[in-house]
Design a protein around this ligand. Structure first.
Ligand code: DGL
Length: 271
């Protein structure tokens, strides 16, 4: 199975796109709900939690794990790729969501001014800014932390009236900071759940870009270019769900993200 890891529910928006773009594959989703949110945690803590989750998925047999969480991708991906894999898991692979998103954004913006909406953890890491500097140096990126958006989604308030104020607040602040922005990048996997409100407050002509489809196309392309990994991924069209919290709670909220009922199992992340 291909492992898909997120701090909680957000990665389900990415999983949905994986299932749509690569329907035959098997997926093992792990949400570290007991320790979420990651977005406000320090670098070291996010790294350690993510390493534990990735190794857990490896022990379940996953040859490949996708960090379907921007915060984990920002704070843990490089170190896991450069230190953990060569030393302990040389035949396994871990991929993140930031690089493929940055690669695609260059094809979308016309003004070359892009706004990033993300968790405080992702913004403070400046991972998007660093990737943009490396591969799209003509793009000006302005980053905006949206600390209230994940709690709004996780409390089931994404479509309620209270969400409007905070959605409008962060979008307005971002566009005030750089009025030339023509593309809003949703750099957190929870944010697609807020899409109707984000579209409502993004002025006309501004493109709103969720990353699920981009990451799914990029994974498909990666497996085409790496047949040695692809041949180790099973294909029975099965998806399983693990959570570190109460599975009933997970099943209820996961249905908001997936639009269908699922049945998760509880798991402990061994250190
Ligand atoms: N889904 C995570 C991300 O993409 C954010 C949620 C959290 O703060 O744990 O960054």
């Amino acid at each position: 199975m291909i492992g898909v890891f997120d701090s909680g529910y957000g990665g389900l928006t990415i999983l949905r796109q994986f299932q749509a773009v690569m329907p035959g594959y098997d997926w093992l989703y792990l949400g570290d709900n007991a320790r979420a949110p990651y977005g406000t945690r320090s670098f070291d803590v996010v790294y350690e939690f993510t390493r534990q989750a990735v190794e857990h998925l490896f022990r379940q047999g996953c040859p490949l794990v996708i960090l379907a969480c921007n915060t984990a991708s920002a704070k843990a991906l490089r170190t896991i790729q450069q230190e953990v894999l060569p030393r302990h898991w040389p035949d396994r692979r871990v991929l993140g969501v930031i690089r493929p998103t940055v690669e695609e954004v260059g094809n979308i913006t016309r003004s070359r001014h892009v706004g990033l909406l993300a968790t405080p953890g992702t913004v403070n890491s400046h991972s998007y800014a660093l990737e943009i500097e490396k591969i799209q140096p003509d793009i000006t990126l302005t980053e905006m932390a949206c600390p209230m958006w994940v709690p709004i989604v996780e409390s089931g308030e994404a479509h309620g009236d209270g969400a409007d104020w905070f959605v409008n607040k962060y979008i307005s602040q971002l566009l005030d900071a750089d009025p030339q922005i023509d593309t809003l990048l949703l750099g957190c996997t929870h944010y697609p759940i807020l899409l109707p409100k984000i579209r409502k407050y993004a002025p006309e002509g501004i493109k709103v870009v969720p990353q699920g489809g981009i990451v799914a196309d990029s994974l498909k392309d990666y497996l085409r270019r790496h047949p040695e990994i692809d041949s180790r991924c099973s294909r029975n069209g099965v998806t399983r769900f693990l959570t570190t919290e109460n599975p009933d709670k997970f099943n209820t909220l996961a249905s908001i993200f997936l639009d269908r009922q699922i049945s998760a199992r509880r798991t402990d992340l061994c250190v």
